[in-house]
Design a protein around this ligand. Structure first.
Ligand SMILES: C[S@@+](CC[C@H](N)C(=O)[O-])C[C@H]1O[C@@H](n2cnc3c(N)ncnc32)[C@H](O)[C@@H]1O
Length: 400
């Protein structure tokens, strides 16, 4: 995703049919706010805006992933950028399967299905014998796209792919989630005149959504993330997200994993860096037609809303659920360790038409100024004694 912000005014206007869909979602949100006495916590707004069936950004028909705004898409992710991402990640997954003696994979939030197809093909080419590849996605519309992609790109492996409606109580195998944690609803908190408020959503006289901050109220305070807020230094005005949904998700996955490993790739920082006094505006970010901006109320249901991942909390949640932290590294380190340059070298450099775009994509994936440093890979394990090659150098677990 592109982290550069733009003014909402300069954004393209959606088609009338999309605007009507957005207005239908806005009407349900207004009703929900009214039913909640005029104030909805931000995470509930975000959850509806992204996942309301048929109307939310992931629950509805928005194009979402792609290369540029001309195809109606909003952002590009690593597996969309290049098949080399999946091919390299598959080498780490193969090692985790072998080290844990397991034969199953499970991917969360599989997007267009390109990552799944790429991993299936790479595992097959590496001679890895696996039984199944299960996909878990909240979006029904994406399931159909995933099936099409996998059947087109990896038809002989498609019979091993299944879609799950509910998680099994136990799973032995390897879990993958690329840019899934950042798509989970966050709560917002604002420190104003040294007093913390929870930031919610209300409706103004014109029917528009606006932020509204309210201080902790007795009876409602029990669920405040006191520890996190108290740890944010200083008394200056500050906006912070907390990540209850992503933490609960990590706990669930790590509790389910009885043997194997779980890899999550996303943009974010350890807690100390995340809640740094200078990051006073928080990390909430919206993506519409490859422009990033900060207004979550623009075209509800037609734009992506995300927040960076706070990796210390994720590590704690996984360990609390009984998993071990297998590693934490920048995406650049992880991909270099896992052999992305070897994967690239399999393309003949004289085949300029294939080699040049592949080399450019590798540069984007590993360059510090692009995705290499902002994106991290965190992995948990159960029943793996060895260090994986992908974390052999540059593991930053100690910074969490
Ligand atoms: C930003 S997209 C990333 C898609 C894909 N992994 C990629 O890299 O292109 C986020 C995806 O996570 C999915 N998602 C969010 N929360 C989820 C959850 N709790 N379980 C499964 N999928 C989830 C969304 O439906 C969406 O498909």
């Amino acid at each position: 995703m592109n982290p550069k912000a733009h003014e909402p005014d300069s954004l393209p206007v959606p088609e009338p049919i999309a605007l009507a869909q957005s207005e239908a979602l806005a009407a349900t949100l207004r009703a929900q706010i009214a039913a909640a006495d005029g104030w909805l916590p931000f995470d509930r707004y975000m959850e509806r805006a992204l996942y309301a069936p048929g109307l939310g950004y992931y629950g509805g028909g928005a194009r979402k992933f792609g290369f540029d705004a001309r195809d109606g898409s909003d952002f590009v992710t690593a597996p969309e950028l290049s098949p080399l991402f999946a091919a390299t990640l598959a080498r780490a997954l193969a090692e985790a399967l072998a080290a844990s003696g397991t034969r199953a994979l499970m991917e969360f939030g599989a997007g267009t299905g390109k990552l799944a197809a790429g991993i299936l093909l790479a595992l097959d080419a590496l001679g890895v014998d696996f039984d199944s590849y299960a996909i878990v996605d909240l979006s029904g519309e994406l399931r159909a796209r995933q099936r099409e992609t996998i059947e087109a790109l990896a038809p002989h492996l498609a019979p091993r792919v299944t879609w799950l409606d509910a998680l099994p109580a136990q799973f032995e195998g390897v879990v993958i989630g690329n840019e899934v944690l950042d798509a989970m609803p966050v709560r917002l908190f604002a420190r104003k005149d040294a007093v913390w408020h929870e930031r919610g959503v209300t409706v103004d006289a014109q029917g528009a959504f606006v932020f509204s901050d309210r201080p902790a109220m007795s009876g409602l305070d029990a669920h405040w993330p006191e520890g996190v807020l108290a740890g944010i230094e200083g008394s200056e005005d500050y906006v912070a997200e907390t990540h209850e949904a992503a933490l609960a998700f990590t706990r669930t996955v790590c509790a389910m994993l009885v043997r194997g490993a779980a890899f999550f790739i996303d943009y974010g920082f350890p807690r100390r860096e995340y809640y740094h006094p200078q990051r006073a505006q928080g990390t909430l970010m919206c993506h519409y037609r490859h422009r990033a901006h900060g207004d979550p109320f623009l075209y509800p249901g037609l734009q992506d809303i995300t927040a960076h991942v706070e990796f210390t909390g994720i590590a704690e949640a996984g360990v609390e659920a009984g998993a071990e932290l297998l590693g934490y590294a920048s995406q650049a380190r992880f991909l270099m360790n896992a052999g992305i340059t070897e994967v690239l070298s399999e393309i003949d450099p004289r085949d300029v038409q294939r080699f040049l775009p592949a080399a450019n994509a590798v540069q984007k994936l590993v360059s510090e100024s692009e995705m290499g440093e902002l994106f991290k890979v965190i992995a948990f394990s159960r029943g793996i004694d060895a260090t994986l090659t992908a974390f052999a150098r540059g593991d930053r677990s100690h910074t969490l």
